[in-house]
Design a protein around this ligand. Structure first.
Ligand code: GLU
Length: 339
């Protein structure tokens, strides 16, 4: 998992990028980086380690620019070092990526055959190289759509272009991506938590969506490059759910809040008046369920094993558990398949 951020503003963006990256560190912290467009150039800074280290680099050598992208990494392809850290930039385009490009090896081989040179070991760099090629003939949005068509796997992307200092392009397939609206400034980010200190007006991208952010407007397109409208949501001001509060870290908070979270989830299905289970909101008829497969990785797999015990204790349905990374590589959360 990684975290991405993008900001289009009418003022310098690097401090806000750093602050948002600090909020995204729960998603990855083996390296961090940012790129802005300043004086007609892509200005990229990155390092292995935490956002604090990147902040120190910026303190000594500030990054100007009203448009930028940032990244915190948790490596899937290539060791955590400066070259593999995001953004991945060419002369004309810079990319941050959360996800996995499954056909990157093949794409890389093809591109290398045609003389392209790769600097990093990452899957992400194929996106930069493909875009760089396509931008020789196409305008940015078209180049992005053509590149996305060639990718297999999952991604949330933030992209800036040397020759276009007014917009950031975002794209989503599989990995989460939200955009936020403010006065003279718009954002994209892996989650609304990272954007919350800057805005409470949010839209979530669906799979296949692409967005183009300037400092005063956001345009959305579906996977067929057709303009679409999206609903703007207002985030609640409930600090308790979004902030760490008195907990040392988010993990302690999550562990301590487990019983409340479980109650909140189950409450939806409890009819207190009839003292029964309310099935109106349940998407399928439970009688049709023949088998339940619980899948997860790591601690989520252990949750599945515990759930198997309880499900079999309380129902007559057969329960299987499976390690998601072996059978269902695209799933990272504990998931229930109803068969
Ligand atoms: N695959 C990319 C890399 O290794 C992004 C990592 C991720 O999103 O977890 O740099």
């Amino acid at each position: 998992m990684c975290g991405i951020i993008g900001i289009a503003s009418n003022k310098s963006v690097s401090i806000n990028i750093i602050n948002a990256l600090k909020k995204l560190e729960y998603r990855g912290y083996d390296s961090a980086g940012l790129a802005t467009i300043a004086n007609g150039e892509i200005n990229e800074k990155k390092c292995p380690g935490r956002v604090e280290k990147l902040e120190k680099i910026l303190f000594q050598n500030p990054s100007e620019g009203n448009l930028g992208i940032g990244h915190v990494r948790w490596a899937t392809h290539g060791v955590p070092n400066e070259v593999n850290a995001h953004p991945h930039s060419s002369e004309i385009v810079s990319v941050v990526h959360n996800g996995i490009i499954e056909n990157s090896d093949q794409l890389k081989k093809d591109l290398e055959k045609s003389g392209k040179v790769f600097k990093s070991q990452t899957d992400t760099e194929v996106i930069t190289v493909l875009l760089t090629e396509k931008l020789k003939k196409l305008e940015p949005l078209k180049a992005v759509f053509e590149t996305l068509d060639m990718l297999k796997g999952s991604f949330a992307l933030g992209i800036i272009f040397k020759n276009y200092k007014d917009f950031v392009i975002g794209a989503r397939r599989g990995s989460p991506l939200a955009v936020g609206y403010s006065n003279s400034e718009n954002y994209l980010g892996s989650d609304s938590y990272a954007l919350k200190s800057m805005t409470n007006k949010i839209t979530y991208l669906e799979d296949g969506d692409v967005c183009v952010l300037t400092n005063n407007k956001i345009d959305f397109y579906n996977s067929k490059n057709k303009k679409i409208n999206k609903e703007i949501l207002t985030l609640s001001n409930d600090k308790n759910t979004a902030e760490k509060g008195d907990y040392k870290d988010f993990m302690s908070k999550e562990i301590n809040e487990q019983s409340i979270t479980a109650k909140t989830c189950v409450k939806e299905y409890v009819d207190h008046l009839r003292k029964d289970i309310n099935l109106y909101n349940f998407p399928i008829n439970p009688k049709d369920i023949k088998k339940i497969i619980l899948i997860g990785c790591g601690t989520a797999y252990h949750s599945c094993a515990t759930a198997k015990y309880w499900f079999e204790e309380l129902t007559n349905v057969s329960i299987e558990i499976d390690i998601a990374s072996v059978s269902y590589t695209h799933l990272t959360l504990p998931t229930i398949l109803l068969v």
